[in-house]
Design a protein around this ligand. Structure first.
Ligand code: SF4
Length: 363
């Protein structure tokens, strides 16, 4: 399997916790960006037709107007062929910028899946996060997608938010279960340097967040959404194929600022700077890189284990893994941070929240 990821680096406003590569108030650059994206994608003509999945993420891809979306899709189709023929094609949207017209365009263009940002079903929490939408926008966008014919919808959810009670979180879970969302991506708040939250002194509370996370994870599970990765829950058969490919160390090409690729054993990412991305296209040069490295031997195997252990199904323990990591695996099994399941190794579900302790042993 090979995936194609496309990063759309524009947002209406910047959320307080956001450290993704996205910029607010630069919508005038969307058309030049689409031209630069076409130039970058043309560099990968040789990979045309080799992709199984597509993920259009950001940023806020739904910020684009219908003609801009059509232009984007025309560019991507030169690499992927018709989206409807892929195993999966996902479009990321924010509720306030997704209307019935765009939902219909996504469906007509062949997308099979849409991921909507919710984070919390309480307007006061959405306001505290600095998000432009409100819960009514989410239910309206969700309804528009259902009306357009989508039967595979994800919602992003967060816990550990300032002022968020356990009842708030469980109410948000209940709302998603009532809407019969097929997939939920669920993260604890992280406060990164350089974000408005960090500047305002917002603090993470990992202990409180861990308790909240487990309570909500149990409610999701009771509602029919199985946890199949540290932060992802799905109804059976609705797991994200594009993301599973990352966790199985499959190949992927990333286009756009900050987009990462893993091709032919080389891992690299474009620089995050939008202006530098546009300038490179203008000069008929490839986008500047943030990093590029070839993963070989123990490093490649360590990454394969760490990615694979993110899945609740864990990894198949092949001979090369055992030979190279026998000591570490033995220690982790003894401490209960890993468990055996037939020929597989996995992190027990009760320890997934502290998976970083496992990963630290392996690097
Ligand atoms: S919508 Fe997403 S990408 Fe955009 S600012 Fe908010 S968190 Fe960041």
């Amino acid at each position: 399997m090979r995936g194609l990821y496309v990063h759309i680096p524009f947002c209406r406003s910047k959320c307080g916790y956001c450290d993704f590569a996205s910029q607010a108030g630069r919508e005038a650059l969307i058309d030049p960006f689409l031209g630069a994206l076409a130039a970058e994608s043309a560099r990968y003509d040789a990979l045309a037709g080799s992709f199984s999945t597509l993920y259009v993420g950001g940023g806020t891809p739904s910020l684009l107007t219908p003609p801009q979306l059509q232009k984007l899709f025309d560019v991507l189709e030169t690499l992927t062929g018709p989206f409807g023929a892929l195993r999966e094609s996902t479009f990321e949207a924010n509720p306030e910028s997704l209307d019935a017209q765009k939902a219909a365009l996504l469906k007509k263009s062949g997308f099979s899946r849409v991921s909507l940002g919710l984070q919390a079903a309480q307007d006061r929490l959405q306001a505290a996060l600095g998000r432009p939408g409100r819960y009514a926008d989410f239910t309206r966008a969700f309804g528009a997608l259902r009306a357009a014919g989508f039967d595979n919808l994800n919602a992003d959810l967060m816990c550990g938010l300032p002022g968020q009670s356990e009842k708030d979180l469980l109410d948000s879970v209940r709302a998603l279960l009532d809407l019969k969302a097929e997939h939920v991506s669920f993260y604890a708040l992280e406060v990164h340097e350089g974000t408005p939250f960090h500047a305002a002194g917002v603090k993470e509370d990992p202990d409180a967040a861990a308790g909240l996370y487990e309570a909500a994870a149990a409610a999701l599970k009771a509602g029919g959404l199985e946890r199949y990765e540290i932060s992802n829950f799905a109804r059976p058969g609705r797991e994200s194929l594009h993301n599973l490919n990352y966790w199985e160390q499959g190949e992927y090409l990333g286009l756009g600022p900050a987009a990462a690729s893993f091709l032919d054993g080389e891992r690299r990412a474009n620089a995050t700077d939008l202006d530098a991305y546009l300038a490179a296209a203008e000069a008929a040069k490839p986008p500047p890189l943030q990093y590029g490295e070839r993963l070989e031997g123990r490093a490649r195997l360590a990454e394969k284990i760490m990615l694979g252990l993110r899945k609740t199904a864990g990894i198949v323990t092949t001979d090369d893994i055992f030979i190279e990591f026998r000591e570490e695996i033995t220690r982790l099994l003894a401490s209960g941070l890993l468990e055996r399941d037939g020929n597989r190794l996995k992190i027990p579900e009760s320890r997934l929240y502290v998976s970083n302790a496992v990963f630290r042993e392996l690097v």
